[in-house]
Design a protein around this ligand. Structure first.
Ligand code: GZL
Length: 329
């Protein structure tokens, strides 16, 4: 239940920041229990990354931290997320947080949240909106940079191993088509590959960010092409599936086929150390504390940056073993 006193929400964009000025002393705390009610519309439970992301919210948005969390898993379906957002509006939550499964199709429902005076914070993936005032701010990874970093890593790896003049055949396992993680990574990867005439991108296809689908698509690639040298998998779980397919085809992952993945979850570190994955480009899922900080700043009448990228690194055989003990996910 939202606060019972009429609270005029004044949202004004000031030079890229946002001022959220609660109109009364009882800002977004709900009447009675003083908790801030946050509705979180999560994508699904498709990957290790998503599990860590969900845990980050569940462990942050707890009563002892001043919150009541209403959580929903959309099973990777936009129509479920839209229903969930409408449900949050009905429940008159204090904040709506969305990890949008795809970039488009959100104007109407975000317009309804705005009309209800409920601030929307985007976490993880982005939305393409004609009206930027429909959301308060976004926190997540720089997907385009991640794609570029992946190709940069490949170029350096080949140079270090005296293979920079080799002609290499590449395949790409894409994430959910239309998600900003897929859009950004695919753009970064394909633009990077196109700059080097030694690379031939044989095929790209979505593996829906899942291990099973990643394996299935990799099996089809291996049937179609007998000379695949490099696999880019737009998340670790699809890389794990590709590894199973490559092994079943009698090839050695990480040696016969260079494997570059995204997310850098704990199991990817294990696979790097085992020599099955050559590179994992990090995409930090721990957005819970970042969104908590954003809400607490807003509640105190502060300003927040519209776009907030999280820190991300690239891991391979040189640093994975050292860094694994301190990894948080
Ligand atoms: C990235 C996130 C992606 C991960 C996948 O921020 O949206 O979705 O890379 C997850 O593991 O399924």
């Amino acid at each position: 239940m939202k606060k019972i006193f009429g609270l005029v929400l004044a949202l004004a964009i000031i030079s890229g920041g946002m001022v959220f000025a609660g109109g009364s002393s009882d800002t977004a705390a709900s009447a009675g229990d003083g908790l801030i009610t946050v509705g979180y519309a999560q994508v699904g439970a498709e990957s290790d990354w998503r599990t860590a992301n969900t845990e980050s919210f569940r462990s942050t948005f707890v009563e002892e931290n001043g919150y009541r969390l209403i959580f929903d898993d959309a099973q990777q379906k936009q129509e479920n997320q839209i229903k969930t957002i409408r449900n949050f509006i009905q429940q008159d939550v204090d904040y709506i947080v969305v990890a949008p499964v795809v970039e488009t199709g959100w104007e109407t429902v975000l317009g309804e949240a705005k009309a209800a005076g409920i601030p929307v914070i985007l976490s993880d993936r982005q939305m393409k909106l004609s009206d930027e005032s429909l959301y308060l701010c976004w926190v997540g990874g720089d997907f385009l940079k991640e794609g570029r970093d992946a190709v940069d890593w490949l170029n350096n790896y080949l140079k270090e191993n005296g293979r920079e003049n080799e002609k290499l055949n590449v395949v790409l396992l894409q994430g959910t088509i239309g998600s900003s993680a897929q859009v950004g990574r695919t753009q970064g990867i394909t633009e990077g590959l196109a700059k080097n005439p030694n690379y031939t991108l044989l095929a790209k296809q979505t593996g829906e960010f899942t291990q099973a689908k990643g394996q299935e698509v990799m099996e089809s690639f291996l049937k179609a092409y007998d000379d695949i040298d490099v696999v880019f998998a737009e998340n670790d779980n699809m890389a794990f599936g590709a590894i199973d397919a490559i092994k079943a085809a009698g090839k050695v992952p990480g040696k016969d086929v260079i494997i570059i993945s995204f997310d850098a979850v704990r199991e990817a570190f294990n696979r790097i150390i085992a020599g099955e994955i050559n590179c994992a480009v990090e995409c930090n899922p721990l957005h819970g504390p970042r969104v908590d900080e954003i809400i607490k700043t807003l509640e105190a009448g502060g300003t927040v940056e519209k776009i907030q990228y999280v820190k991300e690194e690239v891991f391979d055989a040189k640093n994975a073993a050292d860094r694994l003990p301190t990894r948080a996910y």
